[in-house]
Design a protein around this ligand. Sequence first.
Ligand code: 3EB
Length: 423
Amino acid sequence: MNEIQRNCYLNETSGVCQVLMLSIPPVPSDTDTVYTQIMAAVEQIHVRLRHLKTEYLSGKTGCWEVVQQTIFLKDYAWRDACQEMMRDFYKERVPVNIYVPQSPCDGQMVAIEAIIIFREEGMTSVEYHGEDMVISRHDGMSWYFCRQQDPDNPQEDVYTQSLASFQKLRENFLKEGVPFQNVIRIWIYLGNITEEVYHEKEGKTQRYKELNRARSDFFRGIPFFEGLLPEHYHGPKYPASTGIGGTGDCVVIGALGVMAEEPGKVQVVPLENPQQVPASAYGEEYSRKSPKFSRAMAVSVEGRGGERNGIIFVSGTASITDAESKYEGDPVLQTELTLENIRVLIHEENLAAHGMPGLGCELDQMAMIRVYIKHEQDYEIIKGVCDRLMPNVMKLFTFSDVCRPELLVEIEGMAFTQTRNSE
Ligand code: 3EB
């Protein structure tokens, strides 16, 4: 594999071409600053895109549009300067930039995970609606990339901050006519996630548990995925999610919504893992209000030749069987169980059981994973397991705290799948 193939995943279907890319600058030298690191990362994205255009898309008219960048920053104080650089670079087409206070594991100051769409005339449109929302439309459906970068009420407690963030996020979607029930994937970056806090009524609790309480209150009564589910689906209905730590007191949310423009073309289904209790059914010992998320979301879109194209968004996954953490203190076994959980989750058998036959895949066919690592000393070990079990998958490693104290690693990711043409 060459450098570009290793850090790009290109998914070309009959209706659209999407690219996932990891742009990680060189390990900084003495003369590097956050500016040189960010410029190196952004320029690298565009050098690779030019290469991809000549390599794979020659003959097509259109251009690349970077719709979302998740920007991992070693120091969150760089966020505003970084956003200024993005404005200068992208001008009137600034992607939804989600700034995450987590350090890349090889010592870089920054790392970028980018979602890119090839805007082809008559096939795809991409609209930039301010810095918090980008919409891409193709295949009879629309994708809404959205962010909620930190609350305006930092003086308040984490419950109030989280609830306000969710409410702002809902407003961002409603401005575009998207009800919150159409949000399928959420990322929540919560600073000091395991820190104990005290609440008048709750007593001694934890920042993560207070987030769960806010999320439960906010989600109550939302008829998630109405009109988009397979006919006989009766399981829990919540978006896929990552709830993960970060430095400082941040509450940063990224979210992805979908709308079907042509009825019947799009289906979504929340996936549960037969080896795990649904998170929404966890007992009170983990969090008085359980975490409301599904283990993954599968989206199925009808292609031009009658085939169905699948995208699976895998939630943050950890070393948990049933509802219990396993292999306390052992990063190798925790990583192996985490990847086994993902393997079972995205396997054809599980997709078929959830009403989406033909759209499953194997672990090593995933497009990418993000690996959140709690302790610096576990990085090489955890990376070793991931490289062994998924040698062909693009991977991003960052240091961050995980919500349960005993969990050493959490892994999320995406997979693109396709049914064989039925004709
Ligand atoms: C777990 O399986 C690990 O609260 O949104 C993973 C993914 C976890 C998402 C969330 C929490 C969340 O329970 C923790």
